[in-house]
Ligand binder design. Structure first.
Ligand code: HEC
Length: 296
């Protein structure tokens, strides 16, 4: 059975007005129960004899007293009743101003003892045993915060921008990217990325730069003016652009059925270790490409 309503960002009570009706109904039922109970009590009360009525009222009034709390309060304050103040009055008298010899309120004394115990524990822990110091505490907190940020980024992939975008290798992301590519991009880039109106996306040549950051940026901001590649940031979410950019990178090194001639320049990833994967996928092309570079 479903116990939770997924109402997105808005509270369920606003997203689904039916819940308001439901809660109103629950409230009505509660009120009805209260009414029934009090009328039952009333009816029972009427059937009692006068003495029983009195006893009942007495016991009802008694129940409300908080004897436990009252005792506790007395014990913690130790106040003297005004009638008994005579017992503790001191025998000096300045212009009619006199002094009572009250004991310190126990609640205050206990608090004072607690601070002493705290102080001793603190002293031993931080000045004798040297448990940790502020610097260490700070570093630990920064480390914890960094982990938390990483976690958060994982759940909030939509926060990516051109500076933080990374290649998404998860199958779910890539298949999402493939879907976006199939709906929005194939018209110009072909289903296999071989190119048409737009350039070939499977080769090593990039007009606007390869690698996840450049490709993301091209998709987000569009190509050069008048070429036909629009800025997709209006219609695609950042995560979607990262997904489709990642998908495009997986096309690198595949052979398209009808590839368009290379345009632009061979793009070499400045972060060498990251590009290793791509090199491995297409060893043949890499060799010929590097000779091209040498010839240039
Ligand atoms: C209307 C046709 C058209 C559509 C639709 C289109 N593109 Fe393009 N795309 C182009 C053209 C034209 C270029 C070349 C731009 C230039 O030369 O500045 C290009 C360039 C690119 C590049 C850069 C290629 C390079 O060599 O640097 C990428 C990446 C790209 N498109 C991805 C996409 C993605 C992803 C989509 C779908 C969301 C898409 N395109 C939709 C026409 C299109």
């Amino acid at each position: 059975m479903e116990y939770f309503i997924d109402s997105g960002e808005k509270p369920a009570i606003i997203e689904y007005p039916i819940t308001q009706f439901f809660m109103l109904m629950v409230l009505m039922i509660l009120i009805a129960i209260e009414l029934i109970l009090s009328s039952i009590e009333n009816v029972m009360f009427q059937t009692l004899s006068p003495e029983a009525k009195e006893r009942y009222l007495e016991s009802k009034a008694k129940k409300r007293e908080w004897t436990w709390a009252k005792k506790m309060y007395k014990r913690l304050t130790k106040t003297r009743e005004i009638e008994k103040e005579g017992e503790i009055i001191l025998d000096h008298n300045y212009d009619g101003i006199r002094e009572l010899d009250n004991v310190l309120p126990p609640w205050w004394v206990y608090l004072f003892y607690a601070t002493i115990i705290f102080g001793v524990v603190y002293l031993i822990r931080f000045h004798v045993a040297g448990d940790y110091d502020q610097k260490l505490e700070y570093e630990q907190e920064v480390a914890a915060a960094k982990i938390a940020i990483e976690e958060y980024k994982k759940t909030a992939k939509d926060l990516v921008d051109v500076n933080t975008v990374e290649f998404l290798s998860e199958a779910a992301d890539l298949s999402a990217g493939e879907k976006i590519f199939a709906t929005s991009c194939v018209a110009c880039h072909m289903a296999d990325g071989g190119g048409g109106i737009g350039p070939n996306l499977t080769d090593e040549y990039w007009i606007l730069g390869g690698g996840i950051k450049n490709v993301f940026n091209t998709i987000s901001e569009g190509g050069r003016d008048g070429k036909g590649m629009i800025a997709w940031k209006q219609s695609l979410k950042p995560l979607e652009m990262a997904q489709v950019a990642s998908y495009i990178l997986t096309l690198g090194g595949t052979t398209a059925a009808n590839p368009k001639a290379p345009e632009g320049e061979i793009w070499v990833d400045p972060d060498a270790p990251e590009s290793e994967e791509i090199i491995e996928e297409a060893p043949m092309e890499q060799v010929s490409d590097s000779t091209d570079v040498a010839m240039n």
